[in-house]
Design a protein around this ligand. Structure first.
Ligand SMILES: [Zn+2]
Ligand SMILES: [Zn+2]
Length: 421
């Protein structure tokens, strides 16, 4: 009987890694790292036939180069994005280097959405658009006729850059679902409301001739924020000031532009008209620090390393502002600022925080209502595993599913080994 082993991403966000063992094969669904602690899952890659990667975020793919895998499957854009992220990791944390990255790149096989692929003797795989970042996928497995859906990170709502998650699925025996916003308390404002808040916050700082720092993840968040600013500047609703970007955003945005047919059709049309909603930004240089108001978009999103750290000294001036655009994990500098730290120390010297700190959560995940709508759109499974969420969120969603669908539902802790069907 096939079993599922949970190596990571259980009662936590980070280090997603799920192993499926059947009579004839062993595969991994994702092999992520904890980007804040630089930890990787404890696995033995020896008998693993293949790793299937849902998307190019470090909590899903960051640990791959640490292991000598035989085969890696992902979508074409994911492969390009992973390369950029892995290079970033090799520079920042040194848990692997060029050699290990090359070894991983050599065994990648890319697929398109809805392309059926036999990956082992008894497993066939298909990837569906998950609506989360460019190339993100939910992974659908056929194991000797039984069906498994691993959602990966999903967004059931359309965004400026992406289509909503694909829910056109025939049957599911076992569902493995994310639970980032799994609690009924996790209800987020509509995208339009968030966009307006962002523009108001930027405008009020520009009026005071201040500078706005926006820390972002290089993939997904960065491109969406750039699109929003472009749109509002174009319509005249936001004053035109220089917008600078720093970090691997420059490279990841290049990948977004080269896969326009994977994006939201509206975005594709904009690009086909010869407009480039990312083209107005400049690479950050020393002029960022001069007197004029400007916007700085830079990695990393939780202020754990990355070029954004050098701009934090701007926070000693009360006219400047930092806008946190996503979830800030515990023990990160981002969380400290969010919780009102009066002094920060990104490098040797302390920086007094006199500028304003604002949080507007542009999540690439669906909120609680969106998760519930997603569950209604897909066929009812016979068994559910809830992963990828903090403990309260995972247990909460498991309870909701168990009550509404009346099927066995588990929110397993790391290390659990359970029957897959
Ligand atoms: Zn993700
Ligand atoms: Zn994730």
């Amino acid at each position: 009987m096939p079993v599922v082993r949970f190596h990571g991403g259980c009662h936590q966000i980070g280090m997603s890694c799920i192993e499926i063992d059947t009579k004839k094969s062993r595969i991994l669904l994702d092999c992520g790292m904890d980007p804040n602690k630089n930890t990787v899952p404890n696995i033995d890659p020896k008998d693993i036939d293949a790793v299937l990667v849902s998307h190019a975020h470090l909590d899903h793919c960051g640990a791959i180069p640490c292991f000598n895998f035989k085969k890696i499957y992902c979508t074409t854009p994911s492969a390009d994005l992973m390369y950029i992220l892995w290079k970033d990791v090799s520079k920042l944390s040194k848990i692997y280097g060029e050699k290990e990255i090359k070894r991983a790149l050599d065994v990648i096989e890319t697929v398109n959405y809805r392309e059926k692929k036999k990956i082992t003797e008894d497993i066939t795989m298909e990837m569906y658009d998950a609506g989360h970042i460019l190339g993100s996928s939910s992974i659908y497995l056929d194991i000797d006729g039984k069906k498994v859906l691993y959602t990966g990170d999903i967004n059931e709502r359309e965004t400026r850059t992406l289509k909503p998650a694909d829910t056109d699925i025939e049957e599911i025996d076992t569902l493995i679902i994310e639970s980032t916003y799994g609690s009924p308390l996790d209800i987020k404002p509509a995208r339009k409301t968030l966009e307006r808040q962002l523009i108001e916050e930027i405008s009020s700082t520009i009026e005071k001739k201040g500078k706005v720092i926006i820390p972002v993840f290089a993939v997904g968040r960065a491109q969406e924020i750039m699109c929003v600013i472009y749109h509002y500047m174009n319509s005249g609703a936001l004053e035109e000031v220089p917008v600078y970007v720093d970090g691997s955003i420059i490279h990841t945005t290049g990948v977004y532009l080269s896969y326009s047919h994977w994006l939201n059709p509206k975005m594709k049309r904009i690009l086909e008209c010869g407009q480039n909603p990312f083209g107005y930004v400049k690479k950050a240089d020393s002029s960022v620090f001069n007197e004029d108001p400007c916007i700085i978009i830079s990695t990393s999103g939780m202020l754990q390393g990355g070029p954004v750290l050098q701009y934090l000294k701007l926070l000693k001036y009360p006219t400047n502002k930092i806008i946190l655009t996503g979830y800030q994990a515990e023990d990160t500098l981002g969380r400290a600022l969010e919780e009102g730290a009066k002094v920060i120390k990104p490098f040797k010297n302390e920086i007094p925080v006199r500028g304003e700190v604002v949080k507007i959560e542009f999540s690439a995940h669906g909120d609680y209502n969106s998760l519930i709508r997603y569950l209604k759109k897909i066929p009812t499974p016979n068994k559910v595993f809830v992963v990828h969420g903090e403990k309260y969120q995972s247990l909460s969603l498991a309870m909701t599913i168990w009550k509404s669908l009346k099927v066995p539902t588990f929110a397993p802790p790391v290390g659990s080994v359970l029957p897959l069907f």
